[in-house]
Design a protein. Structure first.
Length: 254
C-alpha cells in the first residue's frame, strides 16, 4: 500500500466528512516518505512513547484518532522529530472517525451489546451530538458497568442516579462533558449516558436530571473505532499487517 492508495481509500471511506472537516484540523498526514507501507500500528493517541513503540515493532505507518495535542507544550514537535528519525508516517482522523458508521461511537456501542443504532453521533452547531443505541433486552446498570469494564479492560466510573433498567444508551465516546449532551440524552429518553471524560458539572447535572452515568477513559472508549478503521485497511490491502500499539490505563475515572 502506498501513500496515494492509502489517502484514496480514506476518501472512499469517509467521503463528505473529509470535506466538512479541514485537513490539518480534524485529520492530517505526516512524514509520508516511503513508497510502500506494510506494517500499520494503531492507537488512540500520538505520543513520543507510541512512536518509540512503533519503531521497536518495525511499524512504518501509525494511524491514530488524536494527533499530538498542541497545548501539551512541546509534545507535538517531539513526535514529529521522532517520526522523522525513525522514518515512520502518521495519519490521524478525529471527528470524521467519531461520526462515521463504523467509528468510535458505534464500535463501542456494538461491543456493549447494542443491536440497533437509533441515532448516529454527528456534528451539530459546532458540537458533537450524542449517538444512541438500544440493547436487545433490559439489563441492570451494574451489569452494563461490568460489561463495559471488561470491554475496556479497566475499572470505569459510574453513578446510579435512577433505579430504571437499561435499554437505551446515549454516548459520546470522548470528552462528552457538555451539559447539552446530557440534556439531549434526557430528552431522548435514554436510560444511561456513557462518555470518556467527566467534570464536576457532569456529575452534578447527571444527578440533577436522574441520568445514570458511566465514564471510561478517553483513550479506551475510543480505541475500538481506530481498530475498526485498521481492520478496513487490512480488508482493502490484504498484504499489510496491522497491530495495536499499547497505551497505558492511566486516566483517573474514580
Amino acid at each position: 500500500m502506498n501513500a496515494k492508495q492509502f489517502k484514496s481509500y480514506l476518501n472512499e471511506l469517509f467521503g463528505e466528512l473529509l470535506v466538512e472537516f479541514k485537513e490539518d484540523d480534524e485529520y492530517g498526514f505526516c512524514n509520508f516518505t516511503l513508497d510502500n507501507y506494510t506494517r500499520i500500528g494503531y492507537a488512540t493517541n500520538l505520543t513520543p512513547e507510541i512512536v518509540l513503540q512503533a519503531a521497536e515493532k518495525n511499524v512504518d505507518l501509525i494511524v491514530t484518532h488524536h494527533d499530538a495535542w498542541d497545548f501539551v507544550y512541546g509534545m507535538k514537535e517531539k513526535c514529529v522529530e521522532l517520526l522523522d528519525v525513525h522514518h515512520i508516517a502518521h495519519c490521524y482522523i478525529h471527528l470524521p472517525l467519531d461520526y462515521i458508521e463504523f467509528g468510535t461511537c458505534n464500535s463501542l456501542l456494538e461491543l456493549l451489546g447494542v443491536n440497533h443504532i437509533v441515532q448516529q453521533s454527528r456534528h451539530v452547531e459546532g458540537d458533537s451530538a450524542i449517538g444512541i443505541g438500544e440493547l436487545p433486552e433490559l439489563v441492570s446498570l451494574e451489569e452494563l458497568v461490568g460489561t463495559m469494564s471488561a470491554v475496556l479492560g479497566e475499572k470505569v466510573y459510574f453513578q446510579k442516579n435512577s433505579n430504571k433498567e437499561i435499554r437505551r444508551i446515549a454516548m459520546i465516546t470522548g470528552a462528552g462533558i457538555e451539559m447539552n449532551q446530557l440534556r439531549e440524552a434526557m430528552n431522548s429518553d435514554c436510560d444511561v449516558y456513557i462518555t470518556g471524560e467527566k467534570t464536576l458539572y457532569t456529575i452534578q447535572y447527571a444527578k440533577f436530571i436522574n441520568m445514570n452515568l458511566i465514564v471510561g477513559s478517553h483513550t479506551y472508549t475510543e480505541i475500538f473505532g481506530v481498530r475498526s478503521l485498521a481492520q478496513k485497511l487490512k480488508g482493502k490491502f490484504n498484504s499489510i499487517e496491522i497491530l495495536q500499539l499499547q497505551e497505558e490505563h492511566n486516566e483517573v475515572t474514580d
